[in-house]
Design a protein around this ligand. Structure first.
Ligand code: ZN
Length: 397
């Protein structure tokens, strides 16, 4: 098999070749746990689950790490606004995240690393960057990454620092900003009154880590300084993943992740989701409207992860009907499990090897069910085999 995937580092489709034969180290930027995730966030995690399932199906031993961001700007704001402790707030939303994950039949990662458990690792990484001259301290005690020292800065987002406006010499303490505003970013944020009780006393002083350093420290701790695939949504490309690469590669002098894979945006009724437009949906909103989370999963497969998709209730209701049809047809096949049909299996692999072409792969399911030449037992075996990738949970019906 030759798996072809789209690598954001080259913007090209490339043949997937792991660093160590037969093994895949996979890192996914996890949730920032201060509210319920929206369905666009879930597109990213269903995509990673599909990728992981297909890698496993193809015989790879996959080590999957996902972080839980439990200290970050937006969380601190929520802690203050809701008068809750950091621990109480983040633990609550972490549990909610796991519940939704299970409802979507997403295979749990091997490790869920909480940012607050890795403060020491972050501090050592920052100290390394200070020693090597890629970072500097400011008078308030914060530490910033000097993007002009990194000759490769911009390689993931595909821009050159010299092409940006000339004030790329400023500094940003905020975790999120636009590409046009590329400036030195905070690795360590010295404590300020608004942080309240959220701080750590470390060799770098009293403060907290920036968001970007969290993922560099946790991914390298669990997967090594170089690993195979890093996934996330396209909105993570800049600044988050660009900054992760900069920090990690400047600290180690080695390649960070070999492949970056990003899923595209999910639009709702043709627009970007936002609370003010009233088109912001969580998984619970879907369930309340009679949509099974697995039907949402099935609907996601109708478009490729690397293209934009437009969510409408009409479309997802169609997926709900299709899921019910599939479940009934599967149960009608009886109890006998025959052998997997090799012709269909070959086609499935051909489609999935093509940058996870789920729409074509999914069409095989309906073709199998309609095929009069296949016995029910053969159909059942083939569908169960395919479901290792799709994750519709047919085996637990
Ligand atoms: Zn991350």
């Amino acid at each position: 098999m030759t798996l072809i995937i789209k690598n954001s580092l080259s913007s090209e489709k490339e043949v997937f070749k792991p660093i160590n034969e037969g093994e895949v180290g996979l890192y996914t930027c996890g949730p920032t746990v201060y509210n319920h995730l929206h369905i666009g966030n879930w597109r990213a995690y269903v995509f990673t689950d599909l990728l992981k399932r297909y890698l496993k199906y193809s015989g790879y031993d996959v080590l999957h790490v996902m972080n839980i961001t439990d200290v970050e700007d937006k969380i601190i704001l929520a802690v203050i606004e809701q008068h809750r402790s950091l621990k109480e707030l983040t633990e609550f939303y972490t549990e909610e995240f796991f519940k939704d994950r299970d409802a979507l039949n997403i295979i749990p990662a091997n490790f869920y690393t909480k940012a607050t458990d890795y403060i020491n690792e972050m501090v050592s990484l920052i100290k390394k960057l200070l020693e090597k001259g890629y970072a500097y301290r400011t008078s308030d005690g914060s530490v910033y990454f000097d993007i002009n020292k990194d000759k490769e800065y911009g390689k993931l987002s595909h821009f050159k620092l010299s092409d940006l406006k000339e004030d790329a010499k400023g500094r940003l303490k905020k975790d999120e900003y636009e590409k046009e505003n590329a400036q030195d970013f905070a690795l360590w944020k010295a404590w300020v009154e608004e942080d309240g009780s959220v701080f750590w006393e470390t060799d770098l002083g009293k403060g907290r880590p920036g968001w970007h350093i969290e993922c560099s420290a946790m991914s390298m701790n669990k997967l090594g300084e170089s690993f195979d695939i890093h996934t996330g949504g396209v909105d993570n490309i800049f600044p988050h993943h660009e900054n992760e690469i900069a920090q990690s590669e400047c600290a180690t002098g080695k390649m960070f992740a070999k492949y970056f894979m990003h899923n595209e945006h999910l639009l709702v009724d043709g627009k970007k989701m936002s609370k003010s437009l009233g088109n912001f949906y969580t998984l619970e909103d879907l369930i309340n409207k009679g949509i099974d989370p697995i039907a949402f999963r099935l609907w996601l497969y109708t478009s490729n992860y690397s293209t934009r998709t437009n969510f409408t209730f009409e479309a997802v209701n169609g997926a709900q009907t299709a899921l019910e049809r599939l479940r009934k047809a599967y149960l009608d096949l009886g109890n006998d499990i025959g052998t997997v049909n090799t012709g269909y299996k070959t086609r499935l692999i051909e489609y999935m090897d093509d940058n996870l072409n789920t729409a074509r792969a999914l069409s095989l399911v309906w073709e199998i069910l309609k095929n009069k030449e296949l016995s029910p037992a053969e159909k059942k075996a083939t569908l169960l085999d395919f479901d290792k990738i799709f994750g519709f949970g047919l085996d637990s019906l």
